[in-house]
Write a protein that binds this ligand. Structure first.
Ligand code: SIN
Ligand code: FE2
Length: 210
């Protein structure tokens, strides 16, 4: 590898908006380790369809680890598989999420939950705000593994114009501070195959919930 191809593999640090930082490739050196941790979480807390606030099943499959309190109330409280205790958050994931937050200007972030979304071809996530966490001064740290997607990042009204951001395997995006309440979502995934995750995209969001 020459200097320039090495540089191409370096993580980036792009400030998309004040408080929103995209670090492409930051998770790549530990991708297999992180994906193995996802497997450990999912064997204790199997994926299940997310449900809308009105109880309708969504196409995105979800699971969680860490502190169950706030999310248990927010996400499908009827679902018995969610009611049992979540597994602990693997240390390798929480340590990495803290490093991501520090690099993005949020040195005090200590996540207590990791929410997992699994997408496949056609799965999308509608535009929404993350507003069920207790302390909105804490950022959201988001890690993408597997298939790429177009992440939509908007303003503070649902109808505001969105930026289209390509998120690929190993990319990390953090939004907090003045960006914390930005609307965001994911466009329907295109069918593809990834060597680590097969036909899926996994997104891990780390939060301070309680
Ligand atoms: C989310 O907003 O909960 C997840 C975003 C993503 O999958 O990138
Ligand atoms: Fe979200």
């Amino acid at each position: 590898m020459n200097l320039f191809s090495q540089l191409a593999a370096e993580p980036t640090h792009e400030e998309i908006f004040p408080g929103t930082v995209l670090m492409r490739g930051l998770a790549l050196p530990q991708d297999a380790e992180f994906f193995a941790s996802v497997g450990v979480i999912l064997s204790a807390a199997p994926l299940h369809p997310a449900t809308t606030p009105s109880g309708l099943p969504m196409s995105v499959m979800v699971s969680d680890c860490g502190t169950p309190e706030a999310f248990r109330r927010r996400w499908d409280p009827q679902n018995p598989s969610v009611r049992k205790l979540w597994p602990a958050m693997p240390r390798v994931l929480s340590d990495f999420a803290i490093r991501c937050a520090v690099r993005s200007g949020f040195p005090h972030f200590r996540p207590d939950t990791c929410h997992i979304n699994r997408y496949q071809a056609g799965t999308k996530l509608g535009i929404h705000q993350d507003r069920h966490e207790f302390d909105l001064h804490q950022p959201i740290v988001s890690i993408s593994l597997g298939l790429e997607c177009i992440f939509l990042l908007g303003g503070f009204q649902r109808t505001d114009k969105t930026k289209h951001i390509l998120l690929e395997h190993g990319d990390v995006i953090v939004w907090g501070g003045p960006s914390r309440m930005r609307f965001h979502g994911v466009q329907p995934l295109k069918p593809d195959h990834h060597p680590l995750t097969g036909p899926y995209r996994y997104n891990l969001t780390f939060r301070k919930v309680a």
